[in-house]
Write a protein that binds this ligand. Structure first.
Ligand code: NAP
Length: 348
């Protein structure tokens, strides 16, 4: 197939390129040429800003477009408008964060999405990110009726993750010693290896295409898998404790996990998700956060490599970064030592 990727050079995008190429597809990238411009010299790249330079895509046809970098409805709508007659299907990378309420265990694709009082806001915050993605989804679905594929991933992890959220844990556990861990080993975790996600997206696109040429966009299958998919893993519930044990096993470290209570962490201003990444406290309001229903994606062919493989490859990639690399998530050594000693004093 002939596939256009808006983006394609940071994290999910580069793995989408790999997955598509290894299945024999032809890729065109559209991006500004600022991020990873050296990555894919063999691929046609059209340089431009999606806000101002969409005219550079005029006169071309693609069986599918994948939008990895859409955050604001106005801007996503520009791409949808520009491509509605030249792309067979529009694949929008959205997020779990669209859901309005995480108190329910087993959120599925028909659960309500969040809203905004000011839908024109163009600033990403913890509150606006999800509802803005939900609005982007709506624009795409309007411009590509029965030709829109919406992917809602949970936390994406693995090699080239620019956030360090998951990467912190394999690296920290590999370093060994007392490792401050959040809440309780039984706290659930949902993550997806970026390569499994990329493979699933390309698989879905292949399933939906009738194989007709890009000019015949009306021939994209109107039934079957087109639609909305939660996409995370693993297939059976994973606990924080099991995740850390896998990190320990893979790295062969002597890590000794010290589980700190929510009260202790909160009193000491240790922030979930950033200071202790991947962790969201298991409160009633967030009981469903790491228990989102993925049965639709599983039925459509989502499969997973082992967590050990993800940990091993993440560690191998992280070790290629500069020695003075500044981590973007997790506790620094001094702060962690301080917290261990406070924990010993308060026995929590
Ligand atoms: N990470 C997670 O855990 C997570 C979870 C759920 C959902 N998601 C979603 O997954 C997606 C993943 O993003 P990614 O960074 O991995 O994608 P990516 O495609 O690997 O990287 C972003 C791309 O967008 C391009 N880009 C940025 N601004 C642009 C503009 N104005 N015009 C044209 N191109 C532009 C960048 O290239 P240039 O800079 O060269 O333009 C780059 O190629 C996001 O939509 C995110 O919301 C992520």
């Amino acid at each position: 197939m002939n596939i256009l990727i808006i983006g394609g050079t940071r994290f999910l995008g580069r793995h989408l390129v790999d997955a598509a190429l290894s299945n024999g597809h032809t890729i065109t990238l559209f991006n500004r040429g600022k991020t990873g411009p050296e990555l894919f010299p063999q691929i046609e790249t059209i340089n431009g800003d999606r806000e101002t330079d969409l005219n550079r895509l005029a006169g071309r046809q693609w069986e599918a477009v994948i939008d990895t970098c859409g955050y604001f409805p106005r801007i996503v709508n520009l791409s949808a408008q520009a491509l509605k007659d030249s792309a067979g299907m529009f694949v929008f990378i959205s997020s779990f964060s669209v859901y309005a309420d995480f108190s329910r265990i087993g959120i599925n694709e028909s659960d309500p999405t969040g809203g905004l009082t000011d839908e024109g806001i163009e600033e990403i915050t913890g509150e606006s990110y999800g509802p803005l993605k939900a609005l982007c989804e709506q624009f795409i679905s309007q411009k590509f009726p029965e030709r829109a594929l919406i992917i809602r991933p949970g936390l994406i992890v693995g090699p080239h993750d620019p956030t360090d959220r998951f990467t912190y844990w394999p690296a920290r556990v590999a370093a060994g010693g007392d490792v401050l861990a959040p809440e309780d080993p039984q706290v659930p975790v949902q993550i997806i290896d970026v390569r499994d996600l990329a493979g699933f997206i390309i698989h879905l696109i292949e399933q939906k295409s009738t194989g007709h040429g890009p000019a015949r966009t009306g021939n994209i299958a109107r039934t079957g898998t087109i639609g909305v998919y939660n996409a995370t893993g693993p297939a059976v519930e994973l606990s924080f404790g099991a995740m850390l044990e896998t990190c320990k096993q893979v790295s062969g470290s002597d890590a000794n996990f010290k589980w700190a209570s929510v009260e202790f962490l909160s009193e000491n201003k240790v922030a979930p998700w950033s200071d202790l990444p991947v962790w969201v406290p298991n409160t009633p309001a967030d009981a469903g956060f790491s228990r989102v229903d993925i049965s639709k994606a599983l039925s459509a062919g989502l499969t997973f490599r082992t967590l050990s493989e993800t940990v091993r490859d993440t560690l191998a990639w992280a070790s290629t970064r500069p020695i003075d690399y500044k981590w973007l998530a997790g506790l620094d050594t001094d702060r962690e030592i301080e917290l261990h000693s406070l924990m010993r004093e308060t026995r929590r």
